[in-house]
Design a protein around this ligand. Structure first.
Ligand SMILES: [Zn+2]
Length: 294
């Protein structure tokens, strides 16, 4: 009885239907107003997380997932440090791959990027192309034990409570896997500034996909991942975690037969959440109670 009244208390249709599309429109509009400004990325990230964090606190979809202040502060600090790490890996890929991939582009006659398209259309093209590669990378992480271990992907799955900040709580080894798809698309096709917009779109989408807010998936969920789909991927039940590999775009799961909507009762790698140290060691030592490792 009390759980159903809790549920009805958390419902607010305007947020359920409009929050995700409104954030995406606002973020893209803001980026388009000054696409070459590097400050847009941190500003958008901070603003989106203040908004999502506020709504999670105000109307959490699962009140039992609300974190104590200390845990929340630790997660904010971790996400800031780890996001800087992702930026360093992205810079390293750029330095190492830009020239060889530009040479490959001219050798293979791949100078086909539609630079004449409106910028927003190019952003969506990079976004869905990068998500196509990420779909297969992510599927490989869940398919083969070696890839699971080397990427440290288990660390990202090990949380028993999810919130928007979980988008950035990844093992440092996984940075190389997370950044590779967009770096490949950007540098192989010589995309240009649209790649920055696609990165922002992807990170905002991944943040919403982890959020502890009741959202409706009906319309936006045809193309974009919603938290209903992504939290299902975080399920502690193996069959459920082997679905919905697209963390930002869900369309590839729909096309390749891995899409599954549904209620998720429990997340994590097993019945207990590993400590931060155990998460860090996951590429070398899997927790004994893991239920979803390949
Ligand atoms: Zn996963």
């Amino acid at each position: 009885m009390s759980s159903s009244s809790d549920e009805s208390a958390a419902r607010l249709p305007i947020i359920e239907y409009a929050l995700q599309p409104a954030i995406l429109v606002a973020v893209m509009w803001f980026w388009l107003s000054d696409p070459t400004n590097p400050l847009v990325y941190p500003l958008v990230l901070a603003a989106v997380h203040v908004l999502l964090g506020g709504i999670e606190y105000w109307r959490p979809a699962r009140p039992d997932w609300l974190q104590p202040a200390r845990e929340k502060v630790l997660n904010v600090v971790l996400v800031v440090i780890l996001t800087i790490g992702v930026g360093i890996v992205a810079g390293w890929y750029d330095a190492v791959l830009r020239e060889p991939l530009a040479n490959l582009r001219s050798t293979l006659n791949l100078d086909v990027w539609p630079h004449e398209w409106p910028l927003l259309a190019q952003v969506f093209l990079v976004f869905f192309a990068s998500e196509f590669i990420w779909y297969w990378v992510h599927r490989a992480e869940h398919r083969w034990a070696l890839v699971w271990r080397v990427s440290g992907h288990g660390a990202h799955h090990s949380f028993k409570k999810l919130g928007a900040l979980n988008f950035g709580l990844n093992h440092p080894l996984e940075f190389f896997f997370l950044v590779a798809p967009s770096a490949l698309v950007e540098l192989l096709f010589g995309v240009g500034i649209a790649a920055a917009g696609a990165t922002i779109l992807g990170v905002v989408q991944a943040s919403i996909a982890h959020s502890n807010i009741r959202l409706n998936s009906r319309v936006i969920g045809w193309l974009f991942t919603t938290n209903e789909y992504h939290i299902h991927h975080h399920s502690v039940v193996l069959e459920e975690s082997n679905t919905n590999y697209g963390c930002s775009a869900i369309v590839w799961d729909r096309l390749f037969g891995t899409f599954e909507p549904g209620v998720t009762l429990e997340t994590g790698t097993g019945p207990t959440e590993p400590t931060l140290w155990q998460k860090t060691l996951m590429p070398f030592r899997e927790p004994e109670d893991t239920a979803i490792a390949p």
